[in-house]
Design a protein around this ligand. Sequence first.
Ligand code: DGT
Ligand code: CA
Ligand code: CA
Length: 574
Amino acid sequence: MKNNEVARVFQDIADLLEFKGENVFKIRAYERAARAIEHYPRELKTMIEAGEELRDIPGVGEAIAGKAVELITTGRLSYYENLKNKLPQGITNLLAIPGIGPKTARRLSGELGISSVDELERAINEGAVAELSGLGNKTAENMLHQIQALRRKDQRIPIGEALPIAEEIIIALGAVAGVRNLTPAGSLRRFRETVGDIDLMGTADNPGQVVDAFAALPQVAQVLAHGSTKGSVIVKGGLQIDLRMVNHDAFGSLLQHFTGSQQHNIALRERGRRQGLTLSEYGITVTSTDELEKFSTEEDFYRRLGLQYIPPELREAQGELARAEQQSIPPLVELSDMKGDLHAHTRWSDGHDSVEELALAARDLGYQYIAITDHSAGRGIAHGLDMDRLWQQIAEIKALNDRLTGIRVLTGIEVDIRADGSLDFPHEVLSRLDIVIAAVHSSMHQSQDKMTRRVIGAIEDPDVDVIAHPTCRLVGGREPVAIDLEAVFRAAAKNDKIVEINAMPDRLDLKDVHAFRARELGVKLAIGTDAHSTSHMGFMRFGVGLARRAWCQPRHILNTLPLSELLVLVNRNR
Ligand code: DGT
Ligand code: CA
Ligand code: CA
């Protein structure tokens, strides 16, 4: 059972206790634990297996730690089951709808017999909910909106789809006179792997004009709200976009507020309260005098609170405030730090472009090097290279390096780790290449034990430099393979091997919390795009965003090294 599932159970418990009218401190304790567990960078399951204490997690007390252990080791929690059994069925689903508190839920269930979201929707459409005394049409309509929003939220959009849409709209709105600072906020700016919606912020001489242009965009399928400073639309394809515009001098607090995360903002507001300050999207109010201070930049906003600037990717309420207070947030890796791409495919295997086309694209991106890592001819991989074709490719790369200036093409391979743990190519071949990345592409349903040994075997092979996409998961698609990442990371650290952050937005593998843990264990990471065409090389920014969420600095990322230092490192075993 994963952390977010555990967190959901504790949040449910909090809601059920509230429904019952229980002690507020007890309710808060479950809520706090749910949040702490949801954002905790390590899987609780792994901690339990390692015999570590869950009580050490801030926000998790003795009683809740015990319940977490029961839940994770047995898959169920008797306390939770008992609680649910004593309450009307389906009540949890109603409580999950924003705006429906325990009191309303009790009436919907008691007076109308509603026990599911679908039943509630039907009752609203039939007018039964509006007829409940004290509720009325407006409340019922609002519930309907919340249900629809909730359904949309269920279908989160991968960042790889959302960011280009946001950028397209930013370009279109940039044509309005007097507009400035148009930028994504929310989870998109924090580089979460999926987003519930797109939040856009900006400033303008005349904010209303920009909102008008927004509502009139050809991409828009439905306008949900249209005011003088904000608008909300659904674009074709079903994604919601919220736009907020203010005058130029108040941009910093607006952007800060709507970048979130909500938990980060809650912690920040709490801190402000202790300083006698009230925080909002409009600025900071000195509580005693009611005087509003405006901020044109986020830097100024954080400085006013005595804090170092906090990069959006870190705003997840995971200790970033304490670090900002000590001015000790490190400089995170940036796209401009990247000196090359270490994972790319050409027409030699299943890519679309030639080695030369990739090399020139890499040079255009300002890189010093690109590694060509086509597939080996393992079973199940189309057009993998056999030894003969690999030698031909190496000769082509050698000739290319003699001809091209300003970019070095590294020879490489994405060698398949077979089901039995052996590699597709022998030492004689692998030792001739600049860089060897190894990855699993088949037999993905092996037991955790077997898979873990399979990957660690590759890590211990002296010819292997990098383990690519270690969990094989696909965002919103294939589940990760069963693998003990903690053990993989420890083996990588011990053998001085590199683990990949695969930047392809469908993969993002390692994911943020795992990259965080790998870095903590001293594992060196590499960001590879897994490009199958020159256009995919732009995926690097997604990998960098993910690495930043894992608090990575340039020194944690192999391919921030200049060519000369990189070559020393990957050739150390050859
Ligand atoms: P998402 O859209 O689910 O991927 O996540 P976010 O973080 O983008 O959340 P969203 O779009 O609901 O709100 C954007 C930010 O606005 C959020 O991170 C914090 C801030 N915010 C301000 N007021 C509220 C509020 O009343 N509720 C929520 N959820 N967020 C708020
Ligand atoms: Ca959002
Ligand atoms: Ca939003």
